[in-house]
Design a protein around this ligand. Structure first.
Ligand code: SME
Length: 176
């Protein structure tokens, strides 16, 4: 069992995220399993990022995103592409910062405590594998430095994947 080293949320954020990337690299090691690495990524972020109430993955499957490994309260299972913050980020293939969820049309409320949100797509050779979604109980919690840092974290996560270990995204594959 790995012990998580305490990562102080000291400024600047770039140093904070760099340390998280190093810790994630250590946690992943040689492991290439998608679910295992996604689970540890969510756990690491949940326990090191200050002021967050939900951290998790939604995995692309056909025209939907399906709930993957996460930390936080139980969440909605399926989100159509283009819907909510997650479906929008996946469809647009770029990171989405939602400073105030009540002002984001179509926001899907899973945890009523969430006030702001950031969604980072998992892009692999032009294919959207899914998204990383992080919620905060504070308004305006995420900025461009968080975006840059979390995109680096996702890059470390995606580098751990080999083609054989990527989820089968064909329609219905994960249901069979
Ligand atoms: N708020 C997200 C749904 C997922 S939960 O926040 C965990 C959305 O609008 O897509």
């Amino acid at each position: 069992m790995k012990t998580l080293e305490r990562v102080e949320p000291a400024q600047p954020k770039t140093a904070f995220y760099q340390r998280i990337c190093e810790q994630l690299q250590e946690l992943i090691g040689e492991e290439a399993n998608f679910v295992a690495n996604a689970a540890n990524t969510a756990a690491l972020l949940f326990h090191t990022l200050p002021d967050v109430n939900w951290v998790g993955f939604y995995i692309a499957q056909g025209e939907e995103l399906v709930l993957g490994p996460f930390q936080g309260r139980p969440a909605c299972v399926r989100i159509p592409l283009g819907k909510g913050a997650c479906g929008t980020a996946a469809e647009q293939e770029k990171t989405l910062i939602v400073p105030d969820v009540d002002r984001f049309p179509g926001h899907i409320a899973c945890d009523t405590a969430s006030r702001s949100e950031i969604v980072v797509p998992l892009l692999n050779w032009g294919r959207v594998l899914g998204v990383l979604d992080i919620d905060s109980p504070s308004l305006n919690r995420f900025d461009e430095e968080d975006q840059e840092g979390l995109e680096s974290v996702i890059s470390v996560f995606l580098h751990s994947q080999t083609t054989n270990d990527l989820p089968d995204l064909s329609e219905g594959a994960a249901d069979s």
